[in-house]
Write a protein that binds this ligand. Structure first.
Ligand code: DGL
Length: 269
């Protein structure tokens, strides 16, 4: 048993989709979340910049004595595997658990992937999927504009801008006839109602935050690192003003976090 917190990070709010699932699955765990809101988005940046940010984010969480790290960011998970593999505590990203679920879910063998530009460029999800089943047919599309829509809370199926943006980005995926779509960026589950409306009920959406939270639960259980506590607490750190974060975080988490959000600055080596 291990009472230390689980550390979760993302470029901004998206990783909260994983936190929400963790809070549901493991209510006894303490969670430390870092959202790099001062530097979001990561997905449009160069590999070197993403690596530097990922390194600093992990260091920030390690300073909170976390027992496990989740990179709840498709971009970091796709680009910075080496950093995650060389930390003093176990760490996972979203690619492998999400790819495994998608490969199991598809019936027609056609899978779509949407993510940030950096994620799609890295081909991380494709590689993971083809390693499971080389016969899969994959269509991948970057959807960079989804991130600011979500960060600003423009996620209602009644929102014309969000609906048109989703339609435009998903045209190729729709034409490819996929029956399974990987939401390869942790921001995207917030747009799931609009995406489902656009693609129809025949397409299964795979939520990368959820699948990664489930893998974390399994790994902590297998290594006997679950907390013995019954009620855990969560603290949230951001690198820009907490107010904006708290407002939209409520939509992600389904409860208010005003009291628990603090501003910090990730530091370089
Ligand atoms: N949540 C991040 C991801 O999963 C993306 C947002 C960004 O571009 O920073 O890729």
């Amino acid at each position: 048993m291990d009472k230390r917190p689980i550390g979760v990070f993302d470029s901004g709010l998206g990783g909260l989709t994983a936190v929400r699932r963790l809070q549901e699955l493991l209510p006894g765990e303490d969670i430390v979340y870092f959202g790099d809101t001062g530097r979001v988005p990561y997905g449009t940046r160069s590999r070197d910049t993403i690596l530097r940010y990922a390194d600093e984010d992990c260091r920030l969480l390690l300073a909170h004595d976390v027992k496990f790290i989740i990179a709840a960011c498709g971009t970091v998970s796709s680009v910075a595997q080496n950093i995650l593999a060389n930390l003093p505590v176990p760490a996972i990203g979203v690619v492998e658990p999400t790819a495994a679920e998608a490969a199991a879910a598809t019936k027609n063998g056609k899978i779509g992937i949407i993510g940030t530009a950096a994620t799609v460029r890295s081909a991380s999800f494709e590689k993971a999927l083809l390693a499971i089943n080389p016969a899969l047919q994959i269509t991948a599309t970057p959807c960079p504009m989804f991130v600011p829509l979500v960060e600003n809370g423009w996620i209602s199926p009644e929102d014309e801008v969000a609906t048109l943006t989703v339609r435009r980005y998903l045209a190729t995926i729709k034409a490819a006839g996929v029956d399974t779509l990987i939401l390869g960026c942790t921001h995207f589950p917030l747009l799931a109602p609009i995406i489902a409306q656009e693609l129809g009920s025949g397409v299964t959406l795979i939520d990368s935050g959820y699948e990664t939270a489930r893998l974390c639960v399994r790994l902590l259980d297998e290594t006997e690192k679950l907390s013995p506590n019954k009620i855990g607490s969560s603290r949230y750190y951001v690198s820009d003003q907490p107010e904006g974060f708290s407002q939209v975080a409520e939509i992600f988490l389904g409860h208010s976090v005003k009291q628990e959000v603090e501003m910090v600055h990730p530091t370089a080596k």
